[in-house]
Design a protein around this ligand. Structure first.
Ligand SMILES: N/C(=C\C=C\C(=O)O)C(=O)O
Length: 134
């Protein structure tokens, strides 16, 4: 299974976009980082960072979609999602965006609060598992 074609920001270290095992696809953690290195959903006002968790979430969904596309998969193949938030104050807005993408029959989901993600402008990161497309 080739994963090299994914139209995704390059990994930050020596890990693959995804790894297959037992008919499942385990994707490495995905942020809103773009191919040019910027992070979606961040603006600055008077030097202060303003974070849009919904925009970051949408960018993550795009990154996941691109990763799955490389193996002929789609978001409907997701079976498990873990969401990392740097502040639970983002939880309601994240849920609102989440519900635009996934229904009650979507993947199992867990959300946890974390102190930091790999870049200070990342406020949300997803770790997902998908079934291997037929
Ligand atoms: N998966 C990891 C980072 C992902 C960052 C990104 O997608 O921008 C990691 O460090 O393990």
């Amino acid at each position: 299974m080739s994963t090299a074609a994914a139209d995704r920001p390059k990994p930050l270290a020596n890990y693959p976009f995804l790894r297959e095992a037992g008919g499942l696809l385990f994707l490495s953690g995905v942020s809103a980082r773009q191919k040019d290195g910027t992070i979606a959903g961040v603006s600055r006002q008077a030097g202060e960072a303003i974070y849009d968790v919904a925009e970051q979430f949408r960018a993550i969904v795009t990154n996941i979609t691109e990763t799955l596309r490389a193996v002929d998969g789609t978001l409907s193949d997701l079976v498990d999602v873990t969401i990392f938030l740097t502040d639970m104050a983002y939880y309601p807005a994240m849920n609102c965006e989440y519900n635009k993408w996934f229904g009650p029959d979507g993947p199992a989901r867990t959300t946890v609060g974390v102190r930091q993600l790999p870049h200070p402008d990342m406020v949300v990161e997803l770790k997902v598992v998908a079934r291997r497309p037929d």
